[in-house]
Design a protein around this ligand. Structure first.
Ligand code: GLT
Ligand code: MN
Ligand code: MN
Length: 388
């Protein structure tokens, strides 16, 4: 029997807002009672998570007095010590309070932009106090319903100015933080700026400190756009920018579902896990998802255990795929090596260009070869369904 129990080496983390979600949606109120941050840490300890992440206001309500804040922090710190959970990531809530109704860093109102910077600096201090090494930015309200209201170019400039300011702040304080930008195409705004991981990857090199800024791609957010999530993750990885990842699931073309990891598109989840394991991704595997609204807190534990279990099952399936002789033979056949052509590839030289131009290609013969991808895909299905 395989062991699918989570261990610290897997770096499975959950946000306080994930297991703490009370199941409210735009059509109905909360179905689960409030749990304190400390209670949620004990819940995560019980299911075997490695770490917990938070927004400033998941931990400390926006209107808490300094005394209340201290007491919450004390209980939270004790829960972390009791369970051994760590805080690898923290973030700022720049979307819930009405002040952010038209954005935070991209708001037209300089008072809102200034408040967003102040709130983020305080939240960074709080995250660092609990040991966070990665700081996530999700611009939940950075967008529009009507493009009559804002300049999209100005929004990019304002976003850049805010990120540059906050990078300098973290450097000034010697926090050793990495920033991870999280994209989403829409919801809660009609349209959001920097809507995909690809947009974020294009934005980062325009910053003053691109080396400390990467991405936090989320499965659901790219599936909402109809994109292949693993491809975006691979591009971020190749660029050295995969600092963090939000795992969940999502049907394309729907509202933000935040489903249990792997519960909707098992095949996409398989390719993602296989990718992360093949490249030896070593940061948090953060489940940014919610239990169904039908669940009580026992169901929330089922949900959290399910996220981790599915990941580990798919990790085993990936190892099986890599060890499968027939699959590897097919892959070797597909990835042919042609020694005669090798000298024509790579960095341009006029000689290579001339050699390529002189080369004869038999298009019909080359195109006539079947690639056996049907067989390869069915073998993948056989592995995923446990029939192989
Ligand atoms: C919010 C959002 C998530 C983000 C979180 C970080 S908050 O739940 O839906 O995708 O990662 O701000
Ligand atoms: Mn997320
Ligand atoms: Mn989401």
């Amino acid at each position: 029997m395989s062991d699918f129990s989570p261990k610290s080496e897997h770096k499975f983390t959950f946000g306080l807002w994930t297991v703490g979600s009370r199941g409210a949606d735009p059509f109905g109120s909360a179905v689960r009672p409030h749990k304190t941050p400390a209670e949620l840490v004990y819940l995560l300890g019980e299911v075997g998570a490695y770490g917990v992440n938070f927004h400033d206001n998941d931990l400390i309500p926006i209107d808490a007095t300094p005394a209340e804040a201290e007491s919450i922090k004390k209980d939270f710190r004790k829960a972390l010590a009791d369970t051994g959970l760590v805080v690898p990531m923290a973030t700022t809530n720049l979307f819930s309070d009405p002040i952010f109704k038209d954005g935070a860093f991209t708001s037209n109102d300089p008072k809102v932009r200034a408040y967003a910077l102040q709130k983020t600096m305080n939240a960074i201090d709080l995250g660092v106090e609990f040991g966070a090494k990665t700081y996530v930015f999700w611009g939940g309200r950075e967008g529009t319903e009507t493009d009559s209201s804002k300049s999209a170019v100005e929004a990019v400039k304002r976003s850049r100015e805010a990120m540059n300011f906050l990078c300098e702040y973290a450097l000034d304080k010697k926090y050793g933080l990495k920033f991870a930008l999280e994209a989403k195409p829409n919801e809660p705004r009609g349209d959001m700026y920097n809507p995909t991981t690809g947009h974020m990857l294009a934005f980062i090199p325009t910053l003053d400190h691109p080396e400390m800024v990467g991405v936090n791609p989320e499965v659901a957010h790219e599936h909402m756009s109809g994109l292949n999530f693993m491809h975006g993750v691979a591009q971020a990885w190749e660029a050295g920018k995969l600092f963090h990842i939000d795992l969940n699931d999502q049907y394309p073309g729907r509202y933000d579902q935040d489903l249990r990891f792997g519960s909707r598109d098992l095949k996409a989840a398989f390719y993602l896990v296989k990718f992360l394991e093949d490249v030896k991704y070593d940061s948090s595997r953060h489940f940014d998802a919610h239990a169904y609204r039908t669940e009580d807190f026992e169901g929330v534990k089922d949900f959290a255990r399910g996220c981790m279990r599915t990941y580990l099952i798919l990790k085993e399936k990936a190892a099986q795929f890599n060890a499968d002789a027939e699959i590897q033979a097919l892959l070797a056949e597909i990835n042919t090596v042609d020694g005669a052509l090798a000298p024509m590839f790579g960095k341009y030289t006029p000689e290579k260009a001339a050699a390529l131009k002189a080369q004869a290609f038999d298009r019909a013969v080359i195109a006539g070869r079947g690639l056996k991808y049907e067989r390869l895909d069915q073998l993948t299905i056989d592995i995923l369904t446990g029939t192989r």
